[in-house]
Ligand binder design. Sequence first.
Ligand code: URA
Length: 185
Amino acid sequence: MNKKKLLDKLELEIIKDTVLPLRESNLVFGEGSADADILFIGEAPGANEDRLCRPFVGRSGELLTDCIKNIGWQREHVYITNIVKRRPPENRDPSREEIKMYGQYLARQIQIINPRIIVALGRFAMNYFLPGAKVSRDQGKIFIVNGYKVMPMFHPSAALRGTAVLNKFKKTFKKLSTQKIKARL
Ligand code: URA
């Protein structure tokens, strides 16, 4: 079965999983190329994402999309998802339980896509892979976790809050563009 079909099958499994928390919100499974070399992982959908059932479509998403374009790529070349695939009420932080429950599905999504590099956006995504890491200290570094290259980055919403973080965010994107990655649609 090809990767796209495997992802569709996984999405159906999530839809049918009645034990998952946050079922009052819409499912935002993820989008992009199933054959992507780069996988971006955020925290959880916000209000815009919940409404459109697509990841990173608000202001943070605009910045992320612009930065992807600035390194000569398009959003469609990469895959974008979140750890927690439904919106927590009032955009509160995802709970441990939510991360654990949705994290099992994220692990399978990663296995299917098998990217060359995973970009963990912000603290929650980073700590999913690297429990002891700190974004301010470790963003832009490359770690090997379970055989995958993982690069933590600031969350784009943090980059939108201040110029210093924005500049670091852009610099880390430049570093990302030097990795051996190809656009695969
Ligand atoms: N923030 C996230 O972490 N994920 C989204 O999809 C949108 C905003």
